[in-house]
Design a protein around this ligand. Structure first.
Ligand code: APR
Ligand code: PHB
Length: 388
């Protein structure tokens, strides 16, 4: 039997960032991860950090490489109706954004928390989360039991934590979108120094980046589409069709180093605490990637839970811990609203011209109105946290 104060299930960004913050504050924790470390680090995900996320990672003591190699952005472009408009996020909110790939962050976190993680912990089970916090797992064929005071469920959308909660204690809200994103990673310079989100009658396109020499591009595709049907030429041709001509002139094509299709979904679990079990990050909610809120929301849950756990273990005060679910959900719902709205604004839902005209009208209004631009920038940069 192992004893710790917090047992964390899942070593994605949520689990590792939480473990790192807790360790720095002298709270003992152990992380149980089903996969091997290289597998977790090879997963390609989004790469845009809100400044509050950057600060949290820096405060966790793992921001050195991120601040050195990450690209600081001040805004982004909206392209529509054959033209484009820049949203000056820094000018409108005072906040920057940082482009830094999640797989790089995952490596930095993995290095910092190596002695706290059990990789390849098989068949992790929550034995008790009501009266006590007991978790068990198989390592090299032997079942180990961990006794803690709290369990942090950081095991993503397909994990066991949310699945361990009796159905009558949880409400799940879901919206599945009728399309996916085909993403391509390529070692070519980005076509623009900031991100470009494009609304086009053939479907949405996004020009993102990982560095000055690595680009990440996405196009909206059908849900039942197959990656094998998209050779590189077809992808570049389709991307070019969806962008205004002045961007296309700057598009550098090259061989893809990764190509995948992801469905889009909004999903929120309520509440996010069940006795001694807290759900964190993708285990509790999923947003569509338009606006890149997934990782930032995970970091925001971690921040709120970390504050509560430290107050409890260091000052025997459980007020903040008791407020975890409501504080986290208040920000989760606002980001869920923003990513649903931005998705709705930018994608083709069918061939209805009425909806397309409304999208262009709204984009035009955002571009021309100080209030419209400010609302977009404020949400994109990341909303403030609720008071404790
Ligand atoms: N036992 C142990 N570990 C598990 C189990 C299990 N039964 N099920 C899943 N895991 C692990 C996964 O292997 C993964 O490493 O939990 C981790 C969950 O990580 P993520 O899915 O990355 O979720 P999270 O850490 O909340 O990260 C937030 O931000 O950009 C978004 O969706 C993107 O991953 C991202 C997320
Ligand atoms: C990415 O770089 O992968 C990315 C950036 C912004 C988004 C979504 C994805 O809105």
């Amino acid at each position: 039997m192992k004893k710790t104060q917090v047992v964390i299930i899942g070593a994605g960004p949520s689990g590792l960032l939480l473990s790192q913050l807790l360790a720095r504050d002298g709270v003992d924790c152990l992380v149980l991860e089903r996969q091997a470390r290289p597998y977790v680090e090879a997963r390609i995900r989004a790469g845009l950090l809100e400044w509050t996320t950057v600060e949290l990672i820096r405060d966790a003591g793992v921001g050195e490489r991120m601040l050195r190699e990450g690209l600081v952005h001040d805004g982004f472009d909206l392209a529509f109706d054959g033209r484009s408009h820049r949203i000056d996020v820094k000018g409108l909110t005072g906040k920057n954004l940082l482009v830094y790939g999640q797989s790089e962050l995952q490596k930095d976190l993995g290095d910092a928390s190596a002695d706290r993680v059990v990789w390849e912990a098989a068949d992790v089970r929550i034995e008790d989360f009501t009266h006590a916090a007991h978790v068990s797992y198989l390592k090299d064929g032997v079942r180990e039991v961990v006794e803690a005071e709290y369990i942090a469920g950081c095991d993503g959308y397909h994990g066991i934590c949310r699945a361990s909660i009796p159905r009558d204690r949880v409400v799940e809200h879901e919206r599945v979108y009728p399309f996916g994103w085909l993403g391509v990673l390529a070692d070519v310079p980005p076509l623009h120094h900031e991100l470009v989100y494009a609304n086009h009658e053939r479907g949405f396109a996004l020009c993102s980046q990982r560095s000055a020499t690595r680009s990440r591009y996405y196009i909206q595709c059908a849900l039942n589409d197959q990656v094998e049907k998209w050779d590189d030429d077809r992808f570049w041709d389709e991307l070019a069709r969806r962008l205004p001509a002045d961007y296309v002139a700057k598009l550098v094509r090259g061989p893809s180093i990764e190509k995948s299709i992801a469905p889009l979904r909004s999903f929120v679990t309520e509440p996010m605490r069940f006795d001694r079990l807290f759900l964190v990050g993708d285990a509790a909610h999923i947003v569509p990637p338009t606006g890149a809120k997934g990782l930032n929301l995970a970091a925001s849950d971690v921040r709120v839970l970390h504050e509560g756990l430290v107050d409890y273990f260091r000052r025997q005060n459980d007020t903040l811990l008791a407020a975890y679910s409501s504080r986290a959900l208040s920000r989760v719902w606002k980001a869920t609203r923003f990513s649903w709205w931005f998705t709705t604004l930018m994608h083709r839902f069918g061939d209805e011209t009425f909806a397309q005209r409304l999208q262009v009208a709204e984009l035009d209004w955002i571009a021309q109105s100080a209030a419209g631009s400010a609302a977009m920038a404020e949400n994109y940069a990341g909303l403030p946290f609720a008071a404790g």
